[in-house]
Structure formats: structure tokens, C-alpha cells
Design a protein around this ligand. Structure first.
Ligand SMILES: Cc1cc2nc3c(=O)[nH]c(=O)nc-3n(C[C@H](O)[C@H](O)[C@H](O)COP(=O)(O)OP(=O)(O)OC[C@H]3O[C@@H](n4cnc5c(N)ncnc54)[C@H](O)[C@@H]3O)c2cc1C
Length: 462
């Protein structure tokens, strides 16, 4: 009988080491719908402590085996996919909330805590973690840190990295770094937390996170409207952001997304045809004030040609209005798994020129391109869909050229190729379109210094 190279891990990990079987296959993909972005793990390990992660890293380093950290697998850039094989490090059992420190307004937690589960634990304390992404039901805090995720409320609250006060990270050398703490201010040396946040598991494995918390807004108010002339986004977006009260969300989905939703389910048949959706939300401690801020925004939208259809009164109304926006990526995945959900981000005034540019690309190439996303921070999920008659193989052949055109368009508007989903292996080859050789070389030097053998999530980000 041949000895598997992973057998020495059995003593520590027992049945938390998988080397075959049906369960292992789910670790070959993340949430990208196209199969071509998958990989094949040689093994999956579920560590339960920092010491176990150190043991695993030392094992992998001695044998030069790739390690691929994995959170909820909701990533949209192939970041958690083992493209070079090796061991997937599934963090889901490191899921303890170690402390909710209400005196310092911080939470100390392991990386495998599901983002929504953290929110449920914070709610009774009247607190929340404001940097969460819209995939909160599935993603984990470690994944949010590794991607520097940000969601529908980034326009007011910023992104995950704005809330990370402390990190524990196991590097490729097997060293445990304990960075930051519960301090709001800290300029002691290089910003190593900033280096690890958004590093997509390529520099180390996050084993503990200290997050800054905010008082939970007691009230929210939402207005939902539809815009037939989408070119008016050019004036609507800056006008909304110039309001005296900062909206907590300014979300958008174009007429193609709305048409799709209304064709998929009877519950969406009321959506006006040929119009894009705009959702604007305000939050705060005073319900009357928040409602009047929302009303002011609704009046502004109306003056720019937006036909308002609904306002939230209760939490339930509010959830119903948001559902329309949250269903869009799932509807697009249902329409066609052969698509590329992009994550282009431009300066906010560039969002309409970006969308208009994608329309031009769509017409010229005969490819439907849906646009939706976080209008308030210029982050649009430009999503080309495979034309019905086009062979899948041909679609894949033509995709890099289409992506290049879209990324060049983003760059021409002062934008870049990812605002929140990351580079992963999906966008790695395209980095030179938006980063110069000096910047890329600096990133490679950082990677080389921290991971000279290249075992940490190879083939991603850099
Ligand atoms: C429907 C839908 C909506 C989404 N909405 C948003 C959104 O609003 N905003 C947004 O930013 N993203 C969004 N995403 C993308 C995704 O959910 C986020 O990037 C999320 O933060 C990934 O977390 P995860 O735990 O699923 O990570 P994974 O997908 O498991 O991994 C992502 C990356 O993090 C690394 N990683 C994971 N855990 C660790 C760890 N402990 N240490 C080191 N590296 C680690 C992985 O190696 C990989 O590179 C959405 C995805 C879907 C499917």
C-alpha cells in the first residue's frame, strides 16, 4: 500500500483530514458560476486552533505543498480555489466569538465566524460590524478580511479594512504574528494589518480578528424608484452624494436586470418595464429624522426623472425593497452560468460613462451586458452573459478579449478591475492593465519576503 504524503497529519487532525470522497469536491470551486475557474484539492484540513494551523503550515513548508485558506467559499474571483492543488485549509471550525467587549466597542473572533452569525450576536448589545458584504449569510469574517470586502453600505460606512483593529496571522514561516489590538489609534511601525487585509490568503492565514464595532442604527428608511432614461445617472449620483445627510446605501440595477427578475417570478411582475432600479437608504438613531432625509432624497430623485414606487415604513417593508436588489446576482446566475460577473470600480462621477461604455461594447460584440451594484461608491458589477447561440468553448476563447476591453474602459475612467471581489486567479493575468511594472514588482517583493517558497495560495492576486 502506498503511503499518502498527508498521513503524518492524521495524528493531529484525524477525520478532520480529508484526502478523498464526495465532500472534498466542493472545495474545488467558489461562487463563480463558470466551471472553468475550478481546481482540485489534494487534501482538505479543518484546523480548530492557531497551534494546529502552525503545525499544518510547518508540514506544508517542509514538503513545499500549497496551502489554500478557505472561508465560506462565496468569493467571486477564484481566491479559495486550489488551482495548483495542495491542501485547502477550511476555517469553518475556528468559529468562536471569543469576546464582545462592550466597553471598548470591539469583538474578538476566530476567522470562521459567519458574518451574519456575528451580526445576530451583536444585535442584543445594540452594536454592529459595519463593513459587512451582502453575502453575509455565507461568507466568514476571515474571508471578509482577506478580500477587504465591503457591501451595500460602503458608501457611508466604508469596507472591512476600516474596522480591523487587530489580527493574528500565521505566516508561511509558521510564525504567529499578533498585530494591533483594541486601540483605535496606532502608528507604531509599518501598517502590517493593512498589508494582510485584502491579501487574499497569499501572505498568511488569519487565525484571529479584532473588529471595531459601531452603535447599531435604530432606524432605517428606504426609497425605491425607477429611471427610464439611464443617462440621467450622470446627474443623479453626484446630487445624491451632495445631500446634507449621507445615504447609507445607493444601489442600482439596470433595465436588463429588472426585465430578467420580472420574467423569473410572478412576485416581480409589477416592475415597470424598460426602467432601471435605484434604491436609496438612510439610517440613524432617530426614525423621524431618517424618514425626512429619505423624503428629501426621494424629492431629489423625482426632480431627476426617477419615478418612485415605494417607501419603507416598517423593517419588513424595508427588507422587501432590498430583496429586489439582492436577488439580481442570483437571477443572473440562473439565467446563465456562462457569464463573467465583473467588479469594476470607478470614481463615482464615472459610473454613467462606464455603463454607457459597456452598452457600446455590448452593441458592437452582440453580447448582453447587465450592470448592477453599488452606485454610491462607483462599484458596478458589469456582467456579460454568453449569447444563447454561442458555443461555450468559443465563449471561453473570446472572454479574455472582452474582459480586456472592459478593464481598459475602467482604466480610461480612472477606475480599476476590482472594488471588492478581489483578483484571485480570475483577474490575475489582467493586473498589468491597471498596475505598472514598478507596482507589480513591489507586490512580488512583498510576497517573496513573506512566502519565499510560494506555498501560500499560489496563483492568486500577485
Ligand atoms: C451573492 C453574493 C453577493 C456578494 N456580495 C458581496 C458584497 O456585497 N461585497 C463584497 O465585498 N463581496 C461580495 N461577495 C463576494 C464574497 O462574498 C466576499 O468576497 C466575501 O468576503 C468572501 O468571504 P468567504 O468567507 O466566502 O471567503 P472565500 O470565498 O472562502 O475566500 C476568499 C479569499 O479569502 C481567503 N481566505 C479566506 N479565509 C481566510 C483566512 N482565514 N486567512 C487568510 N485568507 C483567507 C481565501 O484564500 C480567498 O483568497 C458576494 C458573493 C456572492 C456570491
Amino acid at each position: 500500500m502506498t503511503t499518502l504524503p498527508f498521513d503524518p497529519l492524521r495524528a493531529t487532525f484525524g477525520d478532520r483530514l480529508l484526502t478523498a470522497g464526495a465532500e472534498i469536491s466542493r472545495f474545488g470551486r467558489d461562487a463563480i458560476s463558470e466551471e472553468g475557474y475550478g481546481g482540485t484539492p489534494d487534501a482538505v484540513v479543518y484546523p480548530e486552533s492557531t497551534d494546529e494551523v502552525v503545525e499544518l503550515v510547518n508540514f506544508a513548508r517542509e514538503r513545499v505543498i500549497p496551502l489554500v485558506p478557505r472561508g465560506g467559499g462565496s468569493g467571486l474571483s477564484g481566491g479559495a480555489v486550489p488551482v495548483a492543488g495542495g491542501i485547502v485549509v477550511a476555517m469553518e471550525r475556528m468559529n468562536r466569538v471569543i469576546e464582545i467587549d462592550t466597553a471598548n466597542l470591539v469583538a474578538v473572533l476566530e476567522p470562521g465566524v459567519v458574518t451574519k452569525a456575528l451580526d445576530s450576536m451583536l444585535e442584543p448589545h445594540g452594536l454592529f460590524f459595519a463593513g459587512y458584504p451582502m453575502s453575509e449569510e455565507i461568507c466568514q469574517i476571515g474571508g471578509n478580511v482577506a478580500e477587504n470586502a465591503g457591501g451595500g453600505r460602503a458608501v457611508k460606512y466604508g469596507v472591512t479594512g476600516d474596522y480591523v483593529l487587530g489580527l493574528e496571522v500565521v505566516t508561511a514561516a509558521g510564525t504567529v504574528l499578533r498585530l494591533g489590538g483594541r486601540r483605535v489609534k496606532d502608528v507604531t511601525g509599518y501598517d502590517l494589518i493593512g498589508l494582510f487585509v485584502g491579501s487574499e490568503g497569499t501572505l498568511g492565514i488569519v487565525t484571529q480578528v479584532t473588529l471595531r464595532l459601531l452603535p447599531r442604527p435604530a432606524a432605517r428608511a428606504v426609497a425605491l424608484g425607477f429611471l427610464t432614461d439611464e443617462s440621467r445617472l450622470a446627474e443623479v449620483t453626484p446630487a445624491l452624494l451632495a445631500l446634507p445627510a449621507r445615504p447609507s446605501a445607493v444601489e442600482f440595477a439596470d433595465a436588463a436586470c429588472m426585465r430578467l427578475l420580472s420574467s423569473l417570478s410572478a412576485q416581480w411582475r409589477w416592475i415597470p418595464s424598460g426602467a432601471a432600479m435605484l434604491l436609496v437608504e438612510f439610517d440613524g438613531s432617530d426614525a423621524n429624522r431618517v424618514a425626512s432625509e429619505r423624503d428629501e432624497a426621494a424629492a431629489l430623485l423625482k426632480s431627476h426623472g426617477v419615478v418612485e414606487v415605494s417607501r419603507s415604513g416598517t423593517e419588513a417593508d424595508y427588507e422587501k425593497l432590498w430583496l429586489l436588489r439582492k436577488q439580481v446576482p442570483w437571477a443572473l446566475m440562473k439565467k446563465s452560468p456562462h457569464q463573467t460577473m465583473e467588479d469594476i470600480t470607478v470614481p463615482v462621477a464615472g459610473t454613467w460613462p462606464l455603463i454607457a461604455g459597456t452598452r457600446e461594447t455590448s452593441r458592437r460584440r452582440g453580447v448582453e451586458i447587465a450592470n448592477f451594484g453599488h452606485l454610491g461608491d462607483g462599484n458596478i458589477h458589469v456582467t456579460p452573459l454568453k449569447p444563447d447561440g454561442l458555443d461555450v468553448g468559443r465563449w471561453h476563447e473570446e472572454l479574455p478579449d472582452l474582459q480586456t476591453e472592459l478593464y481598459r474602459l475602467a482604466a480610461s475612467l480612472g477606475g480599476t478591475i476590482s472594488g471588492e471581489h478581489g483578483i484571485g486567479h480570475k483577474r490575475r493575468a489582467f493586473l498589468p492593465l491597471v498596475l505598472g511594472e514598478a507596482e507589480l514588482e513591489t507586490m512580488r517583493a512583498v510576497k517573496q519576503a513573506l512566502d519565499p517558497l510560494g506555498i501560500m495560495n499560489p496563483g492568486k492576486a500577485v
